[in-house]
Write a protein that binds this ligand. Structure first.
Ligand SMILES: [Zn+2]
Length: 470
């Protein structure tokens, strides 16, 4: 597709920039995947849907995409400062199971949840434990470059060997150094130095450890993403996605390792970070104990795609508030949209390219504008209601929109058709909306009261009013 360029907010430059892939027409994308020691909660799934929206946008706009995602199944410690337990080993010890069985179980569960959310499978899904040799090779490159040293418990990366260390996350290293509890680790040269390879501890039996030039042990968490992205995407690639929580440590370390080992800069063209899903004032996270998984929502009678619709209602760079009311409103909005789009699947005849042009352009403009999902969703809602378009026009538009939205707008199961699709009530809601627009509040209130008497509740959302039976 020609025309205006896709503009993406690049964390590396803190600017919205036109996207130009290194290889014209072919975009390479790497996403930090899950650590598979427990189920992935709905906050983690925001990350997954975000990466899916990035890849779908690239494809919609005519790029071929290679999407690589890793599975962390070793080396991610409970404490970011390279202390504490390996999360996989801890889960294995506590449950009396094999670490690889736990990894297989939660990888399968996560993949199933991804598919229920219509996330397209990555082209490459790579496990850290399958790429120990690549990680060792990269640590050897770092050693050759003089960027490593041996501490008591492992081989560490010396951040002073990489003067640009603070750039990506705009860190204040001096302040971090001053704040570090110095006495805790007197064998680390800088507070930010991180483990590349951890030695197997004498007398501690681990399920997952390997031989290396530095003795038996296991890789640190960060090195896997540098080693595996290089293996599958080459030394430089276009887009790296992940959550904002990874910016100051994990992604900063990935850049340092990769740029020193490979002798290149920038390693990644565009860094894209999504913000958190928050519940009350707290990030949804395993450590906060406020987790919900997708199945919990399904058990409440919600469709997985209602959750995807909910996620599309917020821009990825904004925090999104989780709450019972918000997900119920999203479910109602999604079912109402389906009520309008599913009947279009059988529409006969051809769309008129001139008539559908403006709506199509408005939708694509929203996608190109740093993946503005709320705006794109609003265009889809407008089109579904537009009286000037034929059913065939709408079908063509909705089919194209759904390539990005991924909401099965023409193909959802029949039981997803809302019982609330009722032309008479739709008409009254529309009449109320028009009365409000012309400030005829007497009429709008009268219609609202009439509907309330029938048990119909109207909710005003940024995408227009929706209704449900109370
Ligand atoms: Zn990573």
């Amino acid at each position: 597709m020609s025309g205006a360029a896709l503009e993406l907010f690049n964390t590396r430059t803190r600017e919205k920039e036109p996207f130009t892939p290194l290889v014209p027409g072919a975009a390479s994308v790497y996403t930090c995947g899950p650590t598979v020691y427990s189920p992935q909660h709905i906050g983690n799934m925001r990350s997954t849907v975000f990466a899916d929206l990035v890849c779908r946008a690239l494809r919609l706009l005519g790029h071929e995409v290679t999407h690589v995602m890793n599975i962390t199944d070793v080396g991610h410690l409970t404490d970011d400062a390279d202390d504490g337990d390996d999360k996989m080993e801890k889960a294995a010890r506590e449950s009396g199971r094999r670490a690889e069985d736990i990894a297989a179980e939660f990888t399968a569960q996560w993949l199933a949840d991804r598919r229920r959310l219509n996330c397209i499978d990555p082209d490459v899904l790579c496990k850290a434990t399958d790429h120990i040799a690549e990680q060792i090779a990269m640590i050897e490159q770092l050693e050759k470059a003089g960027a490593t040293y041996r501490a008591a418990d492992g081989i560490y990366f010396d951040v002073s060997s990489f003067p640009r260390y603070a750039e990506l996350a705009r860190l204040d290293l001096a302040q971090q150094q001053a704040g570090a509890r110095v006495a805790e680790r007197d064998d680390k040269r800088n507070a930010q130095d991180f483990a590349l390879w951890k030695f197997a501890e004498e007398g501690v039996s681990r399920q997952q450890e390997w031989d290396s030039p530095w003795g038996r042990g296991f890789p640190g968490w960060h090195i896997e993403c540098s080693a595996m992205s290089t293996r599958y995407l080459g030394e430089r690639f276009d887009i790296h996605t992940g959550g904002v929580e990874h910016l100051p440590v994990h992604h900063t370390n990935e850049v340092a390792q990769s740029e020193v080992a490979l002798g290149i800069s920038p390693w990644v063209q565009v860094w894209m970070h999504h913000d958190w899903l928050v519940w009350g004032d707290e990030k949804i996270s395993k450590s906060k104990g406020n987790i919900l998984v997708l199945q919990d929502l399904v058990d409440q009678g919600l469709r997985p795609l209602s959750f995807r619709y909910f996620l599309l209602q917020a821009h990825y760079r904004k925090q999104q508030n989780w709450g019972e009311d918000a997900i119920q409103a999203a479910d109602t909005g999604y079912r109402r949209l389906l009520g309008q789009t599913l009947p279009l699947a059988d529409a006969e005849g051809d769309a008129d390219p001139v008539r559908i042009g403006p709506a199509r352009e408005r939708f694509l403009a929203a996608v190109r504008d740093d993946l503005n999902a709320p705006r794109a969703l609003a265009v889809a809602t407008e089109v579904a209601r537009d009286g000037a378009l034929t059913a065939a026009d709408k079908r063509a538009l909705v089919a194209e929109f759904d390539r990005w939205l991924g909401l099965d707008l023409l193909t959802a199961e029949a039981d997803a058709i809302p019982t609330e699709s009722d032309p008479r009530i739709d008409g009254l809601v529309e009449a109320r909306q028009q009365a409000r627009a012309s400030k005829d509040f007497a009429t709008s209130d009268r219609i609202r009261d009439e509907l309330a008497a029938e048990g119909i509740v109207i909710e005003d959302t940024p995408d227009g009013p929706i209704w449900r039976r109370s």
